[in-house]
Design a protein around this ligand. Structure first.
Ligand code: 5GP
Length: 193
């Protein structure tokens, strides 16, 4: 997606070897117009796939996920990272390792929100080594629901995430695919949409 690639080149900051900071339009301050366009692009790709729910993980996946849900006219569920006193029973959980924060936490979704009849599209901000996506898939499968695909805003193609998800038979739709960070410059390979 050219608009996303252009925005990364304009406002993204490369930190160290393998981290891209995009907190002026995606992970902290949000450009809602760009997020809405991203949602529409994923919705077009999965329009005929019978998607019934969008699932993401808090926090930075929520905005692109909600616009995808709007474009497909289905509910969006975000997995919670913190225990909530109203979530007492019927909780599906998985352990998730955060690449950027380097800590493990438990993520959960209320069991009653997903069923065997659901066909799920996962949306997230970044794909690195697919830790977050794998854990969401584990939760969704505990509910007996089907994961149809994974929509990613920014894939770091030099990490293992895409291969892991494709080996699970999943369609990955990344709107920007970073091939490398050379001398602080972002180089892209062809995106999926
Ligand atoms: P994964 O679970 O695929 O290993 O890592 C994806 C998660 O780690 C994303 O949800 C995102 O929060 C975080 N992440 C991974 N790489 C980056 C990065 O380069 N920049 C930012 N801002 N977050 C990242």
């Amino acid at each position: 997606m050219k608009a996303l690639e252009d925005r990364i080149l304009k406002d993204g900051q490369v930190l160290g070897e393998d981290i891209l900071k995009v907190d002026s339009f995606l992970t902290h301050q949000v450009d809602y117009q760009l997020m809405q366009e991203m949602g529409q692009v994923w919705a077009e790709v999965y329009r005929d796939a019978g998607i019934t729910k969008i699932v993401t993980i808090e926090a930075s996946g929520i905005v692109p996920a909600v616009y995808t849900a709007q474009a497909l006219d289905v509910p969006m569920i975000f997995a919670k990272k913190h225990k909530n006193i109203t979530m007492t029973q019927g909780i599906l959980t998985a352990e998730v390792y955060s690449f950027t924060k380097q800590v493990t936490s438990t993520v959960s979704i209320a069991e009653r929100l997903l069923s065997k009849a659901d066909k799920v599209l996962i949306i997230d901000d970044f794909l690195a080594n697919a830790q977050a996506a794998k854990d969401l898939i584990e939760i969704i499968q505990q509910a007996g629901a089907d994961v149809v695909g994974v929509g990613i805003a920014i894939e770091k193609s030099f990490q293992t995430g895409r291969q892991i998800l494709e080996n699970m038979g999943l369609q990955v739709t990344s709107l920007a695919r970073v091939a490398s960070f050379a001398n602080g410059r972002v180089n892209f390979k062809e995106a999926d949409a």
